[in-house]
Design a protein around this ligand. Structure first.
Ligand code: ADP
Ligand code: MG
Length: 681
């Protein structure tokens, strides 16, 4: 890159201290930063034919005013209405809070206006107006996300200056053969197309280029990491005892599904090989990941190694401990559970045995990554619901062994686009099949006023000895959020079922001892109805529970609803999930419909991604998803696949590491830290 564009931003005319401060707030310090600040959308100012414009779509038209403006004041707000002729169409133009226009809108004036077209009422709600016909040929105007008192016009002027200054020295950043292969426009033309497109196609071609470039950069970093893992990280070879393993599998009270068998094989193959396993195991709720984990851990134990399983919550860790002990203790495997609430005497004993090698498998929460937790010989690490842990936490656990094999498990089905983005450097195993005989969970969406019907049905289930979950978005009453709270529902249901069924309450703010008690009693069937927040979302396994009510279900995303729903239907009983919701948005309505219709977690995940976008998909920012400037993981899925393949090819070619054509990409890789094995979070 030329040196000029690396100059500080105040080299530009019109940038004083004040402007520089505002730009700094936007992360712009150099001319280069400015040029690489892309608009988040383009305003389309092409003239459109009203008869062909659908309802609610934005239009730009030339109109001739046909009446005196009528002004209506509503408190501080105002509304101006005028009749206007567009072609041969008589329509109305409405201006909200643009009182200053009053004097300008006299009959016979020609104006160019943009706004939403209300087809039914034949009204344009005007947002932009220019007095006079559309003389300029600005069809597309970029709109930037700005801070402080920066304005679009001023920003565009600075951008123009920056581009003019740098044009002579801008070097091409993509290799020629890729530009040619995909017919991408060169860098200068593309930057112009982003900031000052001459027409729609120019803007589109510019976007196409930068989407590809951005995804290529991203995939190069991932592929470089992947290559490095494979070549440099000598893993351990776990020579497990195949006879013991087969014997164990034959004692499991059910036949593994084909998907489980396939995944077990993939895991065992990794264990055996000297390469360090770095594998993501995805399986929908109830697909049977626990038993797969048990087989993998047992394999490591038969080879003389220790295993660890880390889960994000105490409930989940305990549940795993119970399941794994039931499966593995009969084989003489020594397991222990370590969590924040393990008493210190017990803890000391566990740590001692762990260090001596007297414990084979340690199960627990974040408690596992504390510094004094020392293994004798850790060979295999499993992290459950791994996206709930930070990268650092996962690394610490891994470092407690000498290059142990690592398996990440998740019950959140991740759409492929996101999977190869967020976890692109991993191998992926998928359990895409549920054990036979599972009944589909009947899912219904009811209005909140239909609560009684819902409770009636619940009582029928309880009478047959089943148990129920009632999920609320909030713990206690909130002034700010209008949603049902668990404490109130708990009181209500306790009254309704008084003397008949035991109702109890579960939420994140209970004392750990109380949480334990409640979960244990619910698992043992001593509690009939569990009113809870989403703390029961992952992993909880109570096969006798057949009924779930979710209050204000429209407040949750699809992935989360699916997880919640997965708490029922885990046994042999027909199960039900009732969504109580009066959604106020279209999006909310669509989510409710999707839940009643779609039962496959992966399909719901795709839907979720479509409705909410990738940023929200994982909920938190620990997802490992980078912020893309241009690319959109939902729509640019194909480009992502192409970039992934190109990156994988480039990384393994000698020319890539030598030829000057790739200099820019190499520099990018070096700067990113990927070549030193740093993850891109
Ligand atoms: P998840 O993948 O959600 O963690 P679990 O491992 O908790 O699922 O399994 C859900 C339930 O299904 C458990 O009760 C488990 O014993 C049972 N299960 C797992 N695999 C099979 C199978 N192949 N056949 C029948 N039941 C199975
Ligand atoms: Mg599980």
């Amino acid at each position: 890159m030329s040196s000029l564009i690396l100059e500080p931003i105040n080299k530009l005319k019109g940038v004083g201290n004040e402007t520089a401060d505002v730009l700094a707030e936007m992360g712009i310090f150099t001319i280069k930063d400015l040029i690489w600040t892309f608009p988040y959308r383009h305003e389309d100012f092409r003239l459109k034919d009203l008869t062909e414009t659908p309802h609610n779509e934005k239009v730009t038209v030339e109109a001739r005013i046909e009446s005196e403006p009528a002004v209506l004041y509503l408190g501080k707000k105002s509304r101006i209405t005028v009749k206007a002729l567009v072609g041969r169409h008589l329509i109305k133009l409405v201006f909200f809070n643009q009182n200053y226009l009053r004097g300008k809108l006299s009959p016979e004036t020609v104006v160019t206006v943009s706004g939403k077209w209300d087809r039914g009422r034949q009204v344009i709600n005007v947002t932009t107006i220019k007095i006079g016909p559309k003389t300029d040929n600005v069809d597309f105007e970029p709109v930037y996300s700005l801070k402080g008192n920066m304005h679009q016009n001023k920003f565009r002027k600075l951008m123009r200056q920056a581009l003019d200054l740098s044009e002579g020295e801008m070097e091409e950043t993509l290799p020629l053969h890729l530009l040619e292969k995909y017919r991408l426009i060169p860098i200068i033309e593309a930057l112009e197309g982003v900031h000052f497109p001459v027409d729609a196609n120019h803007a589109k071609q510019a976007r196409r280029r930068f989407v590809y470039e951005e995804l290529l950069h991203f995939q190069l970093r991932i592929q470089a990491l992947r290559k490095m893992h494979k070549e440099n990280e000598k893993g351990i070879t776990i020579h497990y005892d195949i006879h013991k393993l087969k014997n164990f599998i034959s004692t499991i009270p059910f036949e593994l599904t084909n998907a489980q068998k396939r995944v077990v094989n993939e895991i065992c193959k990794d264990l055996k090989e000297p390469v360090r396993m770095n594998r993501l195991l995805q399986g929908d709720v109830g697909s049977g990941k626990t038993v797969v984990a048990a087989i993998g851990l047992y394999a490591a134990v038969t080879a003389g190694y220790q295993g660890a399983l880390m889960a994000p919550t105490e409930i989940l860790a305990e549940q795993h401990a119970i399941s794994l002990k039931a499966l593995l203790e009969p084989l003489g495997v020594r397991l222990a559970l370590l969590s924040g609430s393990t008493k210190s005497k017990n803890r000391r004993e566990i740590l001692k045995q762990l260090h001596n090698g007297d414990i084979d498998i340690l199960i627990g929460t974040h408690a596992l990554i504390q510094p004094d937790v020392v293994f004798e010989n850790l060979g295999f690490v499993i992290t459950d619901e791994q996206h709930r842990f930070g990268v650092e936490q996962r690394r610490i656990l891994r470092d407690k062994g000498a290059n142990p094999d690592v398996l990440f498990m998740t019950a959140t089905p991740i759409p492929r686009t996101l999977a190869i983005t967020a976890f692109g450097e991993m191998d992926v195993s998928i359990i895409d099949e549920l054990p036979a005989g599972r009944k589909q969970i009947e899912t219904h969406w009811l209005k909140k006023e239909q609560l009684n019907a819902c409770l009636g049905k619940m009582e029928l289930e309880l009478r047959q000895g089943r148990q129920a979950y009632v999920i609320c978005p909030l713990i206690e009453e909130s002034e700010k959020i209008d949603a049902q709270n668990a404490e109130e529902v708990f009181v209500q249901l306790s009254t309704v079922f008084k003397g008949k069924y035991k109702v109890d309450l579960m939420h994140g703010r209970l004392h750990p001892d109380d949480k334990d008690r409640v979960m244990r009693e619910f698992t043992e069937g001593k509690i009939d109805v569990l009113v809870s927040t989403t703390v029961v979302e992952v992993g909880v396994n109570v096969p006798n529970a057949s009924y779930m009510v979710i209050y204000d279900a429209d407040r949750f995303g699809l992935a989360q609803l699916h997880q919640l729903r997965g708490r029922v239907g885990r046994g042999k009983f027909q199960s039900y999930c009732i969504l109580l919701a009066d959604p106020k948005t279209e999006d909310g309505t669509e989510r409710m419909m999707s839940m009643t219709q779609i039962h496959d977690g992966f399909r719901l995940a795709e839907k979720d991604l479509e409705l909410r976008g990738p940023g929200d998909f994982f909920g938190k920012k620990q997802s490992g998803l980078p912020d893309f400037k241009m690319a959109d993981l939902v729509h640019d899925y194909r480009t992502l696949e192409v970039a992934r393949q190109d990156a994988a090819t480039l990384i393994y070619e000698n020319v890539f590491w030598k030829d000057s054509e790739y200099k820019y990409l190499r520099e990018m890789l070096e700067e990113s830290g990927a070549l030193n094995g740093e993850r891109i979070d």
